[in-house]
Design a protein around this ligand. Sequence first.
Ligand code: PLP
Ligand code: SF4
Length: 339
Amino acid sequence: MISRSLCRARDLAAHLNVNEHLVSRVMDQYPARINAYALGLIAGGSRAVFRQLVPDPAELEETSLADADPLCEQKQSPVPGIVHRYPDRVLFLVSGQCAVYCRHCMRKREVGGRAPVSPETIEAGLDYIARTPGVKEVILSGGDPLMLEDDRLFSILARIRSIRHVECLRIHTRMPGMLPRRITLDLARGLARFHPLFVNIQFNHPDELTPAARSACALLADAGIPLGSQTVLLAGVNDSPAIMTDLMRKLLTARIRPYYLHHPDPIRGTAHFRVPAKVGLSVIESLRGRIGGMGIPQYMIDLPGGGGKVPLLPEHVIKRSEKELIVYNFENKIYTYPL
Ligand SMILES: *Cc1c(COP(=O)(O)O)cnc(C)c1O
Ligand code: SF4
């Protein structure tokens, strides 16, 4: 299924209305992969998927702000493949490959390498987790962890589960939306052996919630796996209250709880996706009036220098004194709240 992917500039130009030479220049820097399913979304007319997956010459424009690794993941990596920023949890990067290569990827500097993550690197990661008792949660990330074969994935999960101090497991993936056939009953049942296990899925646009994607999510949810979404705010893809409301509603109906809306990080090669923070704030504010709290993600910025994620909230307090707060509500009406 993944083998039928467009990975070369010539193939991309043959299937999509793009200039082979320009695409090829971008691909000298950053890999591309559009699998047959994702190509179907684009062929079906999704501009949002096109923009996320098709190499764009804008990726080669540098800005002084942008860095290849502004979040200092490399500095916070005690052993290769582990990012340990918060005391209680680690990212464990178990695969460098993905079902598609997103143009906005925060790890676009490193995904898409030809070699799989080596068994030695996995062993070193497992060893680090085992000898670091503060680690209560292990988040498999990458790349996409679901690029591993089931057996390999289950054996890694079993090894982590055998470490007494690890309480929760989490998998970060884009598979349900970008290669739904990867989610099988065997996978869902296999994952369920490792509960508590959470799956967070990147969904950025309502076009991605096709019937196939919804069935994939249902298989996971039926296995008792709590599903969350991580959406990246992206210029020209989802930077509007209407699109975001539609997306959050569709996520809820697919039994996915919106978790984070990520402000786009200043990653080199992604300047054309960046939006001002006020756009994200106004999206969150308009969600507040249109959709129940279950459908409202936290809007997160990831601090440069490895400072971690911090939520941004629209400010509803206009004025505060010892005695009262002056607050406006979702209809822009003003209220006084006695303290
Ligand atoms: C985002 C992130 C996590 C997970 O953070 P949550 O807020 O728990 O989702 C963990 N480690 C690193 C390095 C991260 O960037
Ligand atoms: S699936 Fe995730 S890790 Fe892979 S390219 Fe897309 S954003 Fe990056």
